[in-house]
Design a binder for this molecule. Sequence first.
Ligand code: CP3
Length: 356
Amino acid sequence: MTPVKNNLLLRALRNETTSRTPVWMMRQAGRTDPMYRELRQRVDLPLEAMFRDSDISVEASLLPKRIGVDGIIIFQDILTPLTPIGADFLFRPGPQLKTPIRCETDIEKLRPIDPADDLAHVGRTIRGVRAALDGDLPVIGFAGAPLTLAMFLIEGKSPGRNPERVFSMMRDKPASMHKLLSKLADMTVAYLRYQIEEGVQTVQLFESMADIITTEQYATFAHRYHERIFAALSNDVPKILFAKERSEMNLLASSGADVISIGNCVDLRECRATLGDRVAIQGNVDNQIVATGSTDDVRRAVRECIDAGGSTGHVLNLSHGLLQNTPFENVQAFVDEAHRYSAAQTESAPERSATT
Ligand code: CP3
């Protein structure tokens, strides 16, 4: 396969020193980009149909390239693999499961997946993105982590901050919960292995509902499955864990992830001090600043984050995904400042470039 021309992201994810801090944003493909909105209008399809069409998914995945990001995330949703396990959904406008999972029998009915067959459109999208990039940038694959997917399955929609049914299953039927999580973990391993075979160069596991549970629940119902998934994947691609707004750095680092994506609840410098050089770090500019601040606020936040992260094993990203109402000029300022400031830092400290 073509070697990657811009390998800053892959180097930082492998905890190496880089001549400039690489940058990408969670949820960069869509939502805030006027060209994405144009694409949606032009194709005039429901979101689930856009995800199934690999030509459209390739086009949407590539849109952020022009902003100057150092990696391209595949345009799909974390819910994509739920359809072949037997839990189909629509976006109206948020995800709506056709039949939520409520009892042991529903869990038993969930099928194992054969991604090459069931999710061939994802493989086509990955190959299409790799071909179009021709090695310019690395491609990021991803999956939803089991507990986050389970919450969507059980609630039948976005779980919100107080998913009663999820909490009562954890409390009253932990064995059923583990059965469901186990099936989802097997599915996720198959899905991520497939993405790697098709050419993604790094993978991120999204535990996007991690911020609404206790440490105990996180350890029992989330962390265990992260360990299982990461252990089953090849060491050839860096593995990123995004556990929304969790602060238990040692626990996260023991999941087997090579990179921990951090939110607003931890200080990047403290996080470095705790973790040493065990893992690389991704994050953590406050996505609210990018959504509501001025371009100067965004630029300042980027500079502070680059200073805190240092030049080894740091990927500049947000605390969480881009928020829906984020002005596109702030998105561009985020990336521009990452380039400008990182380059200026390297010039003023030429000895660092000797190590790259
Ligand atoms: O840039 C990217 O990150 C592209 C791929 C991507 C999408 N969804 C496309 C999408 C990724 C990585 C996701 C992950 C995802 N999807 C998560 C975890 C990530 C996170 O932010 O923590 C979650 C929880 C979902 C579930 C989901 N998808 C919801 C609740 C919604 C509706 C509301 C919304 O906009 O978030 C979606 C829709 C969705 N998935 C959009 C995109 C670009 C919105 C697109 C549109 O409205 O046109």
